[in-house]
Design a protein around this ligand. Structure first.
Ligand code: DQA
Length: 142
């Protein structure tokens, strides 16, 4: 199978920002761990990160129009909580998307408990750090 792992706004600073919440592993290190997991299970994986909402929308459209992936693991960062554009893009495509968060968003500030994406996603994983991405891949594979 072939998967796309997407990260949204501020996730490029993972390992450097709010280390007590998101840990010290950089996004490159997390992606390397995901790549090793996919290699071991015989799957292909591609990574994409952008701080720009429209670029993330474009990537979701491309995945749909080219039918290039069997599933998408998506940590939209703060866009999760208010981006109707990303919600509509996920609803528009037939590729299954799993919403992921490294932190347990339900144990943090009130505004993080609301996701406008969950309703149109195949599933949601949060609270397991880098392993949230791996758990989402396990779910998609099944
Ligand atoms: C996050 C949680 C979001 O609330 C936050 O805005 C992020 C990261 C996570 O991975 O825990 O940027 O998506």
């Amino acid at each position: 199978m072939k998967f796309l792992v997407m990260n949204g706004v501020n996730l490029n600073l993972t390992g450097k920002r709010e280390k007590s919440v998101y840990g010290t592993a950089t996004l490159d290190e997390i992606n390397a761990k995901i790549a090793a997991f996919c290699k071991a299970s015989g799957d292909e994986v591609e990574f994409y990160q952008s701080n720009l909402e429209g670029e993330l929308v474009n990537k979701l459209h491309e995945a749909f129009l080219k039918q290039s992936f069997d599933g998408i693991v998506f940590n939209a960062g703060a866009f999760t909580h208010y981006s109707y554009a990303l919600r509509d893009a996920i609803a528009a495509i037939d590729v299954p998307v799993v919403e992921v968060h490294m932190s347990n968003v339900h144990a943090r500030e009130e505004f993080r408990r609301k996701s406008v994406l969950s309703e149109v996603c195949k599933g949601v994983v949060c609270g397991f750090g880098a392993n949230s991405y791996i758990a989402a891949l396990v779910g998609l594979k099944d």
